[in-house]
Design a binder for this molecule. Structure first.
Ligand SMILES: C[S@@+](CC[C@H](N)C(=O)[O-])C[C@H]1O[C@@H](n2cnc3c(N)ncnc32)[C@H](O)[C@@H]1O
Length: 461
């Protein structure tokens, strides 16, 4: 028989009997979770008894309900639970109940909880103290937590006390000068010339260490340092809270002779912590899966002799790592920078990828050995940008991202060092474009770009 909680609440005697008799945990929880709003005269003793229950969920729900009474006489009891209960969730709920009292006499105790070893207790104590925001003592103590060792606590304090109000002005810079521009030059030289906060989205696939022919580095360390320099610049020129999507995969460098071993380098995993250090917040890891036939065959030897330790699966996966320029602002703040019409036109309609596994065939090109499939660019652009946005590929190759950006009513900024790829890019990006559109694209040598930027700077000053 289904119990009516409302009728039980109206009959304290029955409720008391119900909650205090030898009920199963399941039955107790069913009632406790459905108690809803409680009147001031609710018989609290029945809930207090349950604080000794051996099941932590029952204790948690008992305290949750006691918290609703907002009864200052319960403060000593809540304190005791915070100090003595051995379950984190129950302790946290007790701190939350203290916060709900909204009584200045709790401040001293909440201060003491800021030293707790459990960051969730500290966070809950902060929430309780924020009720008194504006009280000089409370503000001073909370502001000091901007140096707390826990990152989530630092974030909360940053939002509450150190939100940079001026940063929204950064979005006002006119990025128009850099729209539909491609430069034939070294990525670091070119990016260094761009103003701060102009890019809405970056999607790129950097050189695969020394695995391909187009670039060579003295060592793996030097390669990672180079990428860090590039992605620092990308960070500087990206608008607050906008996205950076990086496509890489582990690579293999073949052995130099029979006596030696080949080496495999885990690029996505090695670059990740460096990106976070620069100020990129990790958002998502998406796995791009290619058909099995497209992989380099590494399993052949193992299949012949089947000896353990020699197993080397064929790699059919690449990583699409998604980062956001770290900010205390929520995504909604970024969306609010656009007008209603742009938001409407940018909506991602129809079928969407519901998981972080994307099945996409690779593309091959007669002139470039490692190009993005257009479908991959389409997905990244539709999920992480709005119509009219400026989209950057600092390692642009034939400019696949630029072409798709135009197809999707976005604008591109591309950098490519290799002259052959760059002149191919002029054709590839502009194909199927009207003469009028083509006329607005600017493909520049590095020298031309330098001049262009200095003109722009003198116009601005
Ligand atoms: C993996 S490919 C990118 C291909 C591109 N996604 C496409 O769809 O065509 C990397 C590109 O980075 C270019 N590159 C390497 N080092 C560079 C540098 N220092 N500055 C600019 N481009 C560079 C290479 O020439 C190569 O075309």
């Amino acid at each position: 028989m289904r119990l009516s909680v409302d009728s039980l609440k109206k009959d304290p005697q029955r409720l008391r009997e119900f909650l205090s008799s030898n009920r199963s945990t399941r039955e107790l929880l069913a009632i406790l979770k459905r108690l809803g709003k409680l009147e001031k005269d609710f018989d609290k003793d029945v809930l207090i008894d349950l604080l000794k229950h051996r099941n932590s969920k029952v204790r948690l729900w008992a305290i949750k309900n006691l918290g609703k009474l907002k009864d200052i006489s319960l403060f000593p009891l809540f304190k005791e639970i915070v100090l003595k209960d051995n379950d984190t969730a129950v302790r946290r709920e007790a701190v939350s109940a203290i916060g709900r009292l909204r009584n200045e006499s709790t401040i001293k105790f909440l201060f003491s909880l800021l030293e707790d070893k459990d960051p969730e207790i500290v966070s809950q104590a902060i929430r309780g103290l924020l009720v008194f925001k504006g009280n000089r003592n409370v503000d001073a103590v909370l502001k000091r937590l901007i140096h707390h060792e826990n990152e989530i606590i630092r974030d909360v304090i940053a939002v509450e006390y150190f939100q940079d109000k001026s940063s929204s002005a950064n979005l006002e810079i006119d990025a128009g000068k850099f729209s539909n521009v491609a430069v034939n030059g070294d990525v670091i030289d070119v990016l260094r010339m761009l103003p701060d906060n102009i890019v809405d989205l970056t999607f790129t696939s950097p050189p695969y260490y020394n695995a391909k022919n187009y670039s060579k580095y003295k060592s793996y360390g030097a390669y990672l340092d180079f990428l860090v320099e590039v992605f620092k610049e990308v960070h500087r020129i990206t608008k607050e809270g906008r996205f950076f999507v990086l496509n890489t995969s582990p690579v293999i460098i073949p052995r130099v002779g029979r006596k030696y071993k080949s080496r495999r380098y885990a690029i996505p995993f090695d670059i990740h912590s460096r990106l976070v250090e620069i100020g990129w917040e990790f958002i998502d890891d998406i796995i791009w899966i290619k058909p099995s036939g497209s992989a380099k065959n590494r399993i052949g030897g193992f299949l012949q002799h089947r000896k353990p330790l020699t197993y080397k699966p064929n790699p059919i996966v690449e990583y699409i790592m998604v980062y956001r320029k770290r900010t205390t602002k929520l995504i909604d703040w970024n969306i609010r920078q656009y007008d209603e019409e742009t938001i409407e036109r940018s909506k991602v309609l129809g079928e969407v990828d519901r998981t972080n596994v994307w099945y996409i065939n690779p593309d091959s090109d007669p002139l470039h050995e490692a190009v993005f499939p257009e479908e991959l660019c389409q997905k990244v652009i539709k999920y992480y940008s709005f119509v009219g946005d400026l989209i950057l590929d600092p390692f642009a190759g034939r400019g696949t991202l630029g072409k798709v950006a135009l197809d999707m009513q976005r604008k591109f900024f591309l950098v490519e060092k290799d002259e052959r790829y760059f002149s191919y890019m002029k054709e590839f990006v502009a194909k199927e474009r009207s003469i009028f559109e083509k006329g607005s694209f600017k493909f520049m040598t590095y020298e031309e770009f330098k001049e262009y930027v200095s003109e722009f700077r003198s116009e601005c000053s």
